[in-house]
Write a protein that binds this ligand. Structure first.
Ligand code: ADP
Length: 249
């Protein structure tokens, strides 16, 4: 599903990502962990096309996507969430979901003037899809709530919903558990597992080790921009090299 090969990214001569290679199999949940500054977010940005790499290759389902801009990578079936949710605060929850672009006819001026019935149908379908996304996330009770009024965890769920509106195959989640209370944390974990059950592939950056341990098939550890080790959550937990990386030795 995803292959990262010998990727290098430098910022003013500083190697944030250093000859990084790893693979993610389809229909799995993989955790990307490592101490602060290990290069996890930079790696996400490179995969999603938000940053250009200096060296190496990124493949999405065997297609080399190195030089593709973010929108083109999104069209190939990749969606991501951000560490700090990007919901539009003055819009309602459902409006935030309906805003996700998916080539609706209403965006085309000609259609919106001359083909009203088609635009209306598509708007209805878009609403239905947004509502189904809320059902999936168990957020229907918040449909008309302003995004600004949501709790931290609810904002994370909405962020996940925005990613899902694009029908992605591969979903990159940047710290889905950060700042989330334990009840909503369980819900987020359940949703990630449900996505896998629906055939999706998930890669997540996360500091909450319980979440990583409970849901991941595989964990990849980064340290100082490099690939350190990978394994099952249990293997990673008992790996002394991983502990050393976290202690900064
Ligand atoms: P992580 O997500 O694992 O905490 P990051 O990918 O955010 O790590 O950062 C890796 C390293 O690259 C850090 O030392 C960080 O300061 C540096 N870095 C990240 N983005 C930039 C940037 N845009 N300009 C300069 N340095 C950056």
């Amino acid at each position: 599903m995803l292959k990262v090969e010998n990727v290098v990214k430098e910022f003013d001569g500083f190697r944030a990502v250093d000859e990084l290679s790893f693979k993610i199999e389809k229909n799995t949940i993989t955790g990307l962990i490592g101490p602060n500054g290990a290069g996890k977010t930079t790696t996400f940005n490179i995969i999603a096309g938000a940053l250009n790499l200096d060296k190496g290759e990124v493949y999405l389902a065997d297609q080399k996507v190195n030089d593709y801009p973010a929108y083109q990578i999104a069209r190939l079936g990749l969606a991501r969430t951000f560490q700090i949710p990007r919901a539009l605060k003055k819009m309602t929850v459902i409006e935030n979901l309906m805003l996700v672009p998916n080539g609706q006819s209403g965006e085309n001026l000609f259609n919106s003037w001359f083909n009203r019935s088609r635009v209306k149908k598509e708007e209805a379908a878009n609403y239905q899809k947004a509502y189904q996304t809320l059902e999936f996330l168990e957020l229907t009770h918040l449909e008309d709530e302003l995004a600004a009024n949501l709790s931290g965890g609810q904002k994370k769920l909405l962020e996940m919903g925005r990613a899902l509106m694009a029908d992605p195959e591969l979903i990159l989640l940047d710290e889905p558990g950060a700042g989330v209370n334990p009840t909503l944390m369980n819900k987020i974990a359940e949703n990630i597992i449900k996505l896998k059950e629906r055939g999706k592939t998930i890669l997540l950056i996360e500091h909450n080790m319980d979440l990583i341990m409970n849901i991941c098939d595989k964990v990849i550890v980064m340290s100082d921009g490099r690939y350190l080790v990978e394994g099952t959550p249990a293997e990673i937990k008992s790996n002394p090299e991983v502990l050393k990386a976290y202690l900064g030795e």
